[in-house]
Design a protein. Structure first.
Ligand code: B16
Ligand code: MG
Length: 216
């Protein structure tokens, strides 16, 4: 029997990718770089600074800014992103998420968050689901981002289970790779992308039952 769940945030619990996209697109435009939705796919699950580096490289401007200037650019993007989240509430939970979390709580199955987002605690609070999670891994404490397994290993440890006893949920390829490298069972959640390496892929969490999953 599996003993705990580790969730990515953006794309699994809620869809904040659209707000990241607006904020990055506006910042990139100010720098004379045009990004589109296809490029935005490559930013999913990637940290804020790594996302900025990718955008600058895409616009051949990777050597145009000092570290301090890059930090200011990332901060500017984040300020716009946070403003776009102002109206986020329970209605923005992805389908099936609330029901799944309730089922897990009823069975006392511990849950943790493994998200690259430094905004995760605030987002979960706005969504009204913060109390379902025993721990949120602080991305500031990580040496490496996804696809490195570090964030998933830390998430399992934080809820006192071994990685092999955990099930990880992800919408991004880098995340599935991290979950598998951590030795967990990987559930991919995507309607459109084929998540290579996932042990199970569903279009949404409405297709999942806690009871059945625990026996995989
Ligand atoms: P922040 P996840 C990731 O969330 C997003 O997918 C990614 O686009 C974003 O750059 C990253 O969080 C950092 O977010 O700027 O809020 O710290 O998918 O790992 O939950
Ligand atoms: Mg994600």
């Amino acid at each position: 029997m599996k003993k705990g769940f580790v969730f990515d945030l953006d794309g699994v619990i809620t869809d904040t990718a659209k707000f990241h996209y607006i904020a990055w697109k506006n910042l990139a435009a100010e720098l004379g770089i045009t990004i589109n939705e296809t490029f935005n796919e490559t930013l999913k699950g990637i940290s804020r600074m790594d996302s900025l580096e990718k955008i600058l490289a895409y616009g051949h401007k990777e050597n145009d800014f000092t570290t301090e200037e890059k930090e200011a650019l990332a901060q500017k993007k984040n300020e716009e992103y946070v403003k776009l989240l102002a109206d986020l509430s329970e209605k923005d939970l992805l389908p099936g998420v609330h029901n799944f979390l309730v089922q897990a709580k009823e069975r006392s199955i511990p849950c943790a968050i493994a998200s690259a987002s430094k905004n995760a605690p605030m987002i979960l609070e706005k969504l009204g689901v913060l109390d379902f999670f025993g721990h949120i891994v602080d991305p500031e404490t990580l040496k490496k981002g996804k696809p490195d397994p570090e964030i998933f290993v830390k998430a399992a440890e934080s809820i006192k289970i071994e990685s092999k006893d955990a099930i990880g949920f992800e919408d991004a390829q880098a995340g599935i790779e991290g979950i598998k490298a951590a030795g967990m069972y990987a559930v991919g959640i995507s309607e459109t992308e084929n998540l290579a390496g996932a042990d199970l892929q569903v279009a949404s969490m409405t297709e999942l039952s806690v009871e059945k999953l625990l026996t995989v």
